[in-house]
Design a protein around this ligand. Sequence first.
Ligand code: ZN
Length: 378
Amino acid sequence: MTSQTSNLPTAEQIRRAPKVLLHDHLDGGLRPATIVELARETGYDGLPETDSEKLGIWFREAADSGSLERYLETFAHTCAVMQTRDALARVAAECAEDLAADGVVYAEIRYAPEQHLEKGLTLEEVVEAVNDGFREGERRARANGHRIRVGALLTAMRHAARALEIAELANRYRDLGVVGFDIAGAEAGYPPTRHLDAFEYLKRENNHFTIHAGEAFGLPSIWQALQWCGADRLGHGVRIIDDIQVDEDGGVKLGRLASYVRDKRIPLEMCPTSNLQTGAASSYAEHPIGLLRRLQFRLTLNTDNRLMSGTTMSREFEHLVKTFQYTFDDMQWFTVNAMKSAFIPFDERLAMINDVIKPGYAELKSEWLFPKGVARSM
Ligand SMILES: [Zn+2]
């Protein structure tokens, strides 16, 4: 074995590596078996499959189909079984457990409280149930030898008119498990500027927010999210590539907006597998993440919807390692970028980087020195 090949992380090492996740939807990450059980318990009879394995496949195929209607239908099913206190707490606890088992040490998980009111819960009850679930999941993970910390992001839907109310809710539960705010939903026809009152309120409260922008819709959406709304981070932001020119000889020229995003170190929440499913990119090799990484944008790597995309943080990294021959140094770069861009206080982010992330990668990088099965006592 040479040090050259040993430097490429194996799937098993990728799973053990400390990872940070900033863009993951609670209603996009349920275990198929849990959906089946919750549907039975809550009397929801709209599932397309009641066998959990077949249901998991159905979710991935619907998300892969290229049909927006089928893609949105997947969330109708997950939200339908997330309408009671116990169901929300269970889904949140399992989310934290699953991420911890995958080596995620810090995660910000987002959901839209307004989508969980069908059976009479109040917005506050939804937030408290999810927070309780995350704390329970953190405890169970610790009992299994994993450490994870999970913060919630409250999402408002672009097409609805409750953004200010949800922003106020995020502010009320700040330091009580909620770390920020997000806006999601169809970009076309629903510019983020419709919700300026919510963003202005959050800025006045010194609070943090990210905006889904530049996924399918192009540069104007990114520009509005940053320059009108003042987003701290961009959900996806992958279309920033439209403002970057690559010449035939490999020369690269950044437009004003792309320069601004890079100069100001605006974090981009990249979700490659999700982009492949929605058609925002055609292959991992052609995904803008390769070029944007070379140009040193502040990139983070994320899952978006683990259930619909059949993915995990480890799988996202596996694709990048395979496609771009990324090393542990690249993995650490993405992970430190994500931790720097998290919405928890600076001293806590720094401690995670210095006490958890860097030692974790140092340990992994040294493993090739001690091949398995070889005595170390020489
Ligand atoms: Zn998303």
